[in-house]
Design a protein around this ligand. Structure first.
Ligand SMILES: [Ca+2]
Ligand SMILES: [Ca+2]
Length: 423
């Protein structure tokens, strides 16, 4: 306001030539629309511009806290994401907010995970993507969540920069936010930090002005998908039935480095059939199916496989080419996963033979990786299976660059030689 008065004083009170006055008029007319697009926080009133390390911040009010660059962010346990809901966030008592931009309240020390519905979103003048979320199925139970621009001052040096960049890119690509509200009804799972804002009439605001600010991650909610897998383990299969056993079924990305998406333990029955319910995996995205077993060689599906209508059936026993690199052995009319990699290093070799022989010498009975045929005893029968596969130089075959990943709690040795493309 002071600035406007002084401009009017300059134009009307002070004696200036008519040419200069016209020039100033033109400047004002040109400058007016520009003032509307200059960065300023949404409906926040006038604030003193905030500089962070000499760089103009994207926003002003409580900006350090909003972007988790305040000193007290150390109090937020990002490794303990607390499951929550829009309803719970809206039920929290509204605190008295600090007037400065750096103080974090104790009620803003928690990172939450919330499954909710997106309602609308837009790009704000502080570069946030303003996102309105709601309780699934509710028409009015909303709250605000904000995706900060990770290129804003101070964020790039935090440990959250990469995560926030990935989120920002994902959201921009999927929703293409502009300065006008757009609408969606996607159900998502988001994580982010609980925060209280001043009331500025924000669209979708909770009555207590509780927000998720910033959002740290977001993905489309999946109701879950079920893999029905048929796989036989060589040593456990006698040509007609298999000793039922636990395996770990993993879903991996089909893009290098073939990251693990989700892992589920389950039992293959005497026909080699098991079902595995996944929560993170979604319909329409291809995944490699990877099977791990206590004594089997890690085996990958020949290509990516896609869940449709929340279901996928995959049969590794019908053809050798069902496995990546055709890494299967025939028993009777079925194709089986090689047995004998008891130390899970990706090779069936002397180390495995030694382990089996040691348990044989110790007359080990019970549930052992070295009990290849699953009869509860470690003896010569098991050693013969592994020795045959050792002679055949059997190794794990996986897409080039796929690393050996942990099985259960056991970290497997990552060896250069385990990355074998062709046998
Ligand atoms: Ca081995
Ligand atoms: Ca045995």
């Amino acid at each position: 306001m002071t600035m406007i008065i002084s401009i009017y004083y300059f134009i009307f009170i002070k004696k200036r030539s008519i040419v200069i006055k016209i020039f100033i008029y033109l400047l004002l007319i040109l400058a007016l629309p520009i003032s509307y697009i200059l960065p300023q926080e949404e409906s926040e009133g006038n604030g003193t511009p905030l500089y962070i390390n000499g760089v103009l911040a994207c926003g002003i009010e409580r900006w350090y806290v909003k972007t988790c660059i305040d000193a007290d962010t150390v109090n937020v346990n990002f490794n303990n994401i607390v499951p929550s809901s829009v309803a719970y966030q809206r039920s929290l008592p509204a605190p008295t907010l600090p007037k400065d931009n750096t103080t974090r309240l104790a009620v803003e020390d928690t990172a939450y995970s919330i499954t909710c519905q997106l309602v609308e979103y837009k790009l704000e003048s502080d570069q946030d993507y303003h996102v309105v979320i709601k309780t699934i199925g509710s028409s009015s139970e909303t709250m605000v969540a904000e995706i900060a621009d990770p290129t804003c001052a101070g964020i790039s040096s935090t440990s959250r920069f990469q995560q926030m960049t990935a989120l920002r890119t994902w959201f921009a690509n999927r929703y293409n936010p502009t300065t006008s509200f757009k609408f969606t009804s996607d159900t998502v799972v988001l994580t982010g930090v609980g925060f209280f804002d001043f009331a500025h009439g924000q669209t979708g605001a909770a009555p207590n002005q509780r927000e998720i600010h910033p959002i740290l991650s977001m993905s489309l909610y999946s109701p879950g998908v079920t893999l029905t897998l048929t796989a036989l383990i060589q040593g456990l299969y006698n040509g007609s039935t298999m000793v039922p056993d636990t395996i770990t079924a993993e879903l991996h990305s089909t893009s290098s480095p073939y990251a693990l998406i989700e892992s589920k333990k389950g039992v293959l029955n005497s026909a080699g059939v098991g079902t595995f319910a996944f929560k993170t995996a979604v319909n329409g995205t291809p995944y490699y199916v990877v099977i791990k077993h206590r004594s089997g060689i890690e085996t990958w599906s020949s290509a990516g496989n896609t869940f449709f209508a929340s279901a996928l059936s995959y049969n590794l026993t019908s053809s050798q080419s069902q496995a990546y690199g055709s890494n299967l052995v025939q028993v009777g009319t079925k194709w089986c996963i090689y047995s004998g990699d008891v130390n899970h290093d990706g090779h069936i070799d002397l180390l495995d033979l030694i382990a089996i022989d040691n348990d044989n010498t110790n007359i080990a009975t019970g549930y052992y990786a070295t009990d290849l045929n699953g009869d509860g005893v470690v003896n010569l029968s098991d050693l013969i299976i592994a020795d045959n596969n050792n002679t055949a130089i059997i190794s794990r075959v996986a897409p080039p660059g796929a690393l050996v990943s942990p099985i259960g709690s056991q970290m497997l040795k990552i060896e250069e030689k385990s990355i074998i493309i062709d046998k």
